[in-house]
Ligand binder design. Structure first.
Ligand code: CA
Ligand code: CA
Length: 228
């Protein structure tokens, strides 16, 4: 009897170590996946146990074959999803927005900007403003799109001259909830993505929000609607 019990635990041990080893290859199968390693797909950062939304997504739809030996199929489709619902696609979080990286290629993007696609409290903050092609011939705060939105919207603006730019989001009663830009910027066209979260990363309620662009003597305010 003792022997049987011992054998039982021995088998469990072998099975669980196989479980861990079997999946240890997967972080290397997503772009920059080794940065957050097991935590991309598992709630326990050491791996094993329940999966994050990103891990579940992969398990269900993006393995070469179902089960422990399946390889992750990183793709345009998987990159375009926002598995953890933080307003940034899996590709944006892993620094491969188009999902074109393939195993064996050099890691794409900037490792320092990689965030966890399986953790809604971890998302990009340093890339809130992106330059766009084209020349700006005026100071202009454009309409956000989409509007209404849930939870992400894009706010385009133009700077006729270089200056210190502040782009801020306020609640309908005038409380500032998010600073999207507070930096010296060159003349040009830009866009900023807002993910419906405040500066502390908390997801905000449905409602009307105001966004304000201030640079030099120019200031403009527009309205947008977060609709969940
Ligand atoms: Ca995300
Ligand atoms: Ca995330």
């Amino acid at each position: 009897m003792k022997k049987q019990i011992l054998m039982f635990f021995l088998l469990i041990g072998v099975a669980s170590s196989t479980f861990l080893i079997a999946r240890a290859f997967r972080p290397a199968q997503i772009p920059n996946g080794t940065k957050n390693a097991c935590a991309n797909c598992h709630i326990n950062p050491a791996g094993g146990g329940p999966r994050t939304a990103f891990g579940t997504e992969i398990e269900l739809n993006y393995l070469s074959t179902p089960g422990a030996t399946g390889q992750v199929q990183w793709s345009e489709a998987l990159a375009a999803l926002d598995s953890d619902g933080d307003g940034f696609s899996n590709g944006e979080e892993l620094q491969d927005p188009q999902g074109t990286w393939r195993i064996g290629q050099p890691a794409p993007g900037d490792l320092a900007l990689v965030t966890n696609p399986g953790d809604a409290s971890d998302f990009p903050t340093t890339t809130a403003v992106k330059p766009l092609p084209g020349i700006a011939d005026e100071f202009l705060l454009e309409a956000n799109y989409p509007n209404p939105f849930n939870p992400t919207t894009t706010i385009p603006f133009q700077l006729q001259e270089a200056g210190h730019v502040r782009l801020e989001v306020f609640s309908s009663i005038g409380a500032r909830v998010r600073v999207l830009a507070d930096a010296d910027m060159e003349a040009g066209r830009y866009s900023s993505v807002w993910n419906g979260r405040d500066d502390a990363g908390r997801s905000l309620e449905s409602g009307t929000y105001l966004y304000r662009l201030s640079v030099g003597g120019f200031s403009a305010v527009k309205r947008m609607a977060l609709l969940k």
